[in-house]
Write a protein that binds this ligand. Structure first.
Ligand code: CP
Length: 319
């Protein structure tokens, strides 16, 4: 694995599976009485968030604390960024305080890459979502959640049929998931209105469809995407009601899923738009498992990048 995690393309299949295995081993520790590992004692992790977040920021903070790191939470709102301070000056400030890893979320695609390539900091850079580009730790936590429901001997996702539904155009979650889930052997189908599929979709390693009802009954996993209205400067569908009718996971569609199928959503959810409340809270909804796995995956990524030996069957318990 590189010294940064900027894209799923940074990971080989073996490295991706090793992170999932490490997360599972760390999960066994988290379920026990001693939740904390001393592995990152004395190390400093900075959460550098230029865009809003609930799940990602909280779970990176929890993950770092469970590994005994010091954590600094930086949010652009309320910082000197609002006075015009540049990414470079912000980064150099982090270098001066001795950050070992910087977890960055930014509205600009490529911001994490820019920080990693800049030479402004020596810290490991972890992409926590950059514009519409990628969100690699979200894809890893999604893969872990899927694997827990559909385990196989190879530790991958081969043979599974996975639908990713909705606003693919604006979704970094979809991009990272397409890269990771197909890397791990799953067959991925994207379902969206034509206006919400990216140009060049034919070159992606996926199938795609405009007809949700035709595709849903064969799927093992149904991942609904948030409609990202804050990134929409145009009209991509006539009305919310129309969108929900054609592309929402309604109660009627929930009833058409395989009995073994699971329902996923990265959050935050627009209940009543891309997913009905009944679907979000259904017994086969794994939305909260995704959140819990987010802590384990982020522990595994920090553990791996900052020098822990990847755990594949026996967790390190000494510093
Ligand atoms: N899934 C996700 O990235 O959620 P947050 O925006 O709350 O971090």
């Amino acid at each position: 694995m590189n010294s940064h995690l900027l894209s799923i393309n940074d990971l080989s299949v073996v490295e991706a599976i090793a992170i999932l295995n490490t997360a599972e081993e760390l999960g066994k520790i988290s379920d026990g009485p001693m939740k904390k590992l001393p592995t990152l004692r004395g190390r400093t992790i900075v959460n550098l968030f230029f865009e809003d977040s609930t799940r990602t920021r909280i779970s990176f903070e929890t993950a770092a604390k469970r590994l005994s790191a010091d954590v600094i939470n930086f949010s652009a709102k309320g910082s000197s960024v609002s006075k015009g301070e540049s990414l470079k000056d912000t980064a150099q400030t982090l270098q001066a305080i001795g950050a070992d890893a910087v977890v960055i979320r930014h509205s600009a695609s490529g911001a994490a890459q820019r920080l990693a390539d800049s030479g402004w900091i020596s810290a490991a850079v972890i992409n926590a979502g950059d514009g519409t580009h990628e969100h690699p730790t979200q894809a890893l936590l999604d893969a872990l959640t899927i694997r827990q429901h559909f385990p196989n001997n190879g530790g991958d996702l081969s043979g599974l049929k996975i639908a990713i539904v909705g606003d693919v155009l604006h979704s970094r979650v979809a991009r990272s998931n397409v890269l990771l889930l197909t890397k791990l052997g799953a067959q991925v189908t994207l379902i969206a209105p034509p206006t919400l599929l990216p140009v060049g979709i034919e070159t992606w390693p996926v199938s795609y469809s405009f007809d949700l009802d035709q595709v849903l009954p064969e799927m093992d996993v149904v991942m609904m995407l948030r409609v990202q209205q804050e990134r929409m400067s145009n009209f991509f569908f006539p009305t919310a009601r129309e969108y929900s009718k054609s592309y929402g996971l309604t109660n009627a569609r929930l009833a058409c899923l395989k009995s073994t199928a699971i329902v996923m959503h990265p959050g935050p959810m627009n209940r009543g738009l891309e997913i009905s409340s009944e679907s979000a809270d259904a017994k086969n909804s794994v939305v909260l498992e995704q959140v819990a796995n987010g802590v384990l995956i982020r522990m595994a990524v920090l553990y791996t990048l900052l020098g822990g030996v990847p755990l594949q069957g026996g967790a390190e318990t000494k510093s």
